[in-house]
Design a protein around this ligand. Sequence first.
Ligand SMILES: *Cc1c(COP(=O)(O)O)cnc(C)c1O
Length: 356
Amino acid sequence: MSLAERLLARPLKTLEPYQSARRIGGHGQVYLNANESARPPPNMPAGETWQRYPDFLPAELSAAYAAYAGVASDQVVAVRGADEAIDLLIRTFCEPRQDAVRIQAPTYSMYEFVAEAHGVAIDSVALDENFDLNTSANTQLEAADGALKLVFICHPNNPTGNQISRDRIITTLLAQRDNALVVVDEAYIEYCPAAGLQDLLDEHPNLVIIRTLSKAFALAAVRVGFVLAQPDVLEALCRLMPPYPMPDPCARIAMAALTADGVTAMQQRRDETNVLRETTRGSLEALACVETVYDSDTNFLLAEFRRADVIMDRLLSLGIVLRDQTHHPLLPRHLRMTIGNAQEMQQLLRALRELN
Ligand SMILES: *Cc1c(COP(=O)(O)O)cnc(C)c1O
């Protein structure tokens, strides 16, 4: 039995996936199996078969992402954003009041939110002083309040902006090989593509990678993400997927983003963002109100301010909205700022100079 089958939440072990018309399939010319409207709706853009349900899993989209990511087509499933991937993973593998997920704090808050909402215990391990992975804690097979099913690692990490050491992730993968899935959230990987872990998928059956088109691909509104893993893990995830998960227009927009032209355009925007991030970082470091600006491999910067609360309020009164991180014990005076366009960065810096 594969690890994914063993880890599956018990009710799912015997659950038959929902048999939608598209899943049951069948080929013909006259489709009368899904109670769709016979006629298209009026006044809709051309190019879609609006009245028909979409495919269960759009194979072309998985294939396009697989080609982009450099993995096999059967190692990709498309989802409605990385957040849906987090939700599906927790509900597929974790049982309420019994299982646990491990997170690396401070990190993206959805892991904890979804686990808590599902009644799953959270084993929170602090990142080290460089915001890198604590390997001795992450190689532990047990969690205090439940059976460990998933280890979430955000790489590069939100909100700290740094990559997690590949060696430490591999050490964790090996230690957890027969015990838990290691879920690496690569939402920001396009900003540091060499750090992607997709080449480890074949060797590490417990590796799961989450990707999204919401950040560097600039398609947050379209809600498309991907899970990269061995087919047995993906098969387990698909058991819980709703009958028609991916809206056709979203799949089509995602396909356009993944063409050669789409990828080149993404890379150009990404390069501009990376340059602007570094000049912004330099400017921030020169300000008296700023204590530390952290290195970042993402489209945001984390900075420690002398008076984060005052800065946050004063910027808000000028209509400039940053993300407050002061609720994290390790980030008591820290704010996170997205790299916007050049003019927005000028506005931010001008405001901060005046507050100095
Ligand atoms: C933005 C973000 C997500 C959410 O991505 P969607 O695809 O828009 O759901 C997931 N993980 C991290 C670390 C993020 O920063």
